[in-house]
Design a protein around this ligand. Sequence first.
Ligand code: NAD
Ligand code: IPM
Ligand code: MN
Length: 365
Amino acid sequence: SRRFNIALLPGDGVGPEVIAVAKDVLNLAASLEGIGFDYKEMPVGGAALDLTGVPLPDETLIAAKQSDAVLFGAIGGYKWDDNPKHLKPETGLLQLRKGLEVFANLRPATVFPQLVNASTLKREVAEGVDLMVVRELTGGIYFGQPRGFKTTENGEEIGFNTEVYAAHEIDRVARVAFENARKRQGRVCSVDKANVLEASMLWRKRVTAIAAEYPDVELSHMYVDNAAMQLIRNPKQFDTILTNNIFGDILSDAASMITGSIGMLPSASLRESGPGLFEPIHGSAPDIAGQDKANPLATVLSAAMLLKYGIGEESAAKRIEAAVLDTLERGFRTGDIYSAGCKLVGCKAMGEELLKSIESHKLAT
Ligand code: NAD
Ligand code: IPM
Ligand code: MN
């Protein structure tokens, strides 16, 4: 049987709740395909701060680097919000992404037919949406230098950051977007702010240059403010959206709502080789943490992406995706995707229903 090492990083807030469900689902789906996992559970974020004093202990990064794939919950919480930058839970996640050099973050937004009613958009706008945000993840304003705080001559405090991209950083994530689009509808929309920002001017120039390697893929460009509007106006116009770190962060949260909830969107963070990082796009949801209310589907679907993109086990990934659809079809909903006539369940019960769906499809797949 095939065995893989998984670094399991539950983190804070709803992180451990959704990871517990995703782990059970992953184990069952994989076992039916003859796959086994060895897990190494490690602290990250606020949990790591409380335990070790830093948001990403060396041991956690080492375990992640030595794994075949990393499954991550979420980090952050009120308790650590006023910590200095280097002692914030969020810094741990950024260090992990940088440490693994996972520069390409795939964030698919798919409207499942069962959830059209959960979207805040009209049925005819939301129905059939299937897009992929390819977000650059290890550069841009999140990491650019100079950054920091200082006091001006007249004693005023200023905070500053730098949006910076090198050509090679743009080229490699652009290639990921073009490769992905090839397997989808063959269209890339590159989103930038090239009418104002130099880093975006270079972005547009490099993406246009890389597009020449992919004559079969159609490239268009859009300014980010228009893209935010177009996502809400007519999301079906998009196939693959290629964008920088901060625009991708914002646009993917917006895209999630088309699908019904931020609790639905998974992600895969990848590089050319080496372990990928798989996590929901949502955060630690401190407002509902510890109440068994979190939607585990974003993390469950991230586990499916781990199987598909992380370790090349597509059949097991399909079992998970089928189980998600079947569970929704049978009417089970957490609060964030609830609509009248459905069965309201908590995070754990949703997990149990997913396991039942996998069991009942054992022979069918
Ligand atoms: P959030 O994504 O945690 O929550 C936003 C809203 O969506 C909340 O109302 C929350 O209850 C809801 N929500 C999120 N996930 C859900 C789920 N699975 N099921 C149901 N509802 C869900 O964003 P926020 O409130 O801006 O941030 C909270 C904390 O999380 C902050 O510390 C932030 O830095 C951190 N954060 C972490 C990540 C990550 O770990 N990747 C991502 C975003 C935010
Ligand atoms: C995300 C989050 C993170 C980001 C934060 C918590 C660092 O919002 O994964 O989308 O901005 O990338
Ligand atoms: Mn985000």
